[in-house]
Design a protein around this ligand. Structure first.
Ligand code: HEC
Ligand code: HEC
Length: 306
């Protein structure tokens, strides 16, 4: 259960804990044994500030008792809870276990709230203000760290508010993306394309697809090389959602705009992962957050009259 490569530190910490507790007991015993011989007026003979004297009164018994109880508590705690190196404790308690139990409890309590949404289509949930509010909260807690709190994404993380989809924007596609995750796999293509000069020509051709070429001569020379790309990106760079290959004929750039960014893509390729949420979120939560995402770029279905 410990994260160290061997047991040394676990044992070191365990030994330090036990030794500290024993040292407390020893200190208590030694001080209890020591008898100060009182003077006539029952002071220790220490005097401060002219007339402040230290009286020689023993600690009250209950106070001594607290020390003893603390020491016994320390040993009992270490026996029942994980505290001694890699020893799990008799109760088998762990922070992760407690967290999971609390999550399971919360899921159970929230189930009735989500129950209404499991039978509703995504289009309808997106039209329900309460559903969208829940969806937004799930998004903020689970998705915003990558896609941004406004869902507009950033370099490498797609914008979810536009109508440009890598893997498809239909409700069932969004649910599938969130549930199973996605991997965008663009292989390094330089070897297929040829020399660095030919790679630059091709990059100019790719830019020309969206009307952004700065060198039409190069773009013309690069055109024939695009056949290797069309297998994934489609003829004319229209994109292919089944492969997660983005359209190259629009002005949406996931990995940066311009000749250098495209040359880098051709040379280096890309492996881009959207992590599966299955197991982290319940099916109902995924549906509600998918509705939220869908609603960011679509007009929700009019709410049926109550
Ligand atoms: C660790 C970062 C990360 C987290 C967390 C994350 N995503 Fe993603 N997501 C990505 C990346 C990267 C992609 C692009 C995958 C690719 O390139 O094919 C993506 C793609 C997507 C897509 C597909 C977009 C398209 O154009 O087809 C959707 C929808 C999506 N994410 C929704 C979500 C939702 C909803 C959550 C929260 C439950 C979430 N993501 C959490 C990184 C993340
Ligand atoms: C095996 C399929 C495949 C082939 C072949 C392929 N690509 Fe890609 N390409 C992808 C995928 C998938 C992505 C998206 C990566 C991601 O999800 O982040 C991508 C992304 C890109 C991007 C980034 C787009 C953006 O919005 O930033 C460019 C540019 C690009 N490819 C150009 C090319 C060129 C040029 C070729 C031909 C030399 C090519 N690709 C060949 C699959 C492919």
């Amino acid at each position: 259960m410990n994260d160290f490569i061997n047991d040394f530190w676990a044992n070191y910490v365990a030994a330090a804990s036990v030794v500290s507790i024993l040292a407390c007991a020893l200190l208590l015993w030694l001080t209890a044994r020591k008898r100060v011989v009182p003077s006539d007026d029952n002071t220790t003979g220490h005097v401060w500030d002219e007339d402040l004297r230290e009286a020689n009164n023993p600690l009250p018994l209950w106070w001594m008792g607290l020390f003893v109880i603390t020491i016994l508590f320390g040993f009992a705690y270490l026996a029942f809870f994980p505290g001694l190196g890699s020893f799990d404790g008799k109760l088998g308690w762990s922070a992760t276990g407690q967290y999971q139990a609390e999550v399971a409890q919360a899921d159970k309590e929230l189930a009735p709230i989500y129950a209404a949404y499991t039978s509703m289509p995504v289009e309808a949930i997106a039209g329900d203000p309460k559903g969208m509010a829940i969806g937004e909260r799930i998004f903020m807690n689970n998705c915003a760290q990558c896609h941004g709190s406004d869902a507009r994404g950033s370099k490498g993380f797609p914008n979810l508010t536009d109508t440009d989809w890598l893997h498809g924007g239909a409700p069932d596609k969004i649910v599938e993306t969130i549930t199973k995750g996605r991997t965008g796999e663009m292989p390094p293509m330089a070897a297929v394309v040829g020399t660095p000069d030919e790679v630059r020509n091709l990059a100019q051709y790719v830019l020309s697809l969206s009307g952004n070429s700065t060198d039409s001569v190069r773009a013309g020379l690069g055109k024939s090389k695009f056949t290797a790309c069309a297998a994934c990106h489609g003829i004319g760079g229209v994109g292919n959602q089944a492969l997660g290959a983005p359209a190259l004929n629009d002005n949406v750039w996931l990995h940066g705009f311009g000749q250098d960014a495209i040359v880098a893509m051709i040379n280096g390729g890309k492996h881009n992962v959207m992590p599966a949420q299955e197991g982290r979120l319940t099916e109902a939560q995924i549906k509600v957050v998918a509705s939220y995402v869908w609603g960011l770029s679509n007009k929700p279905q009019a709410k049926p009259a109550p």
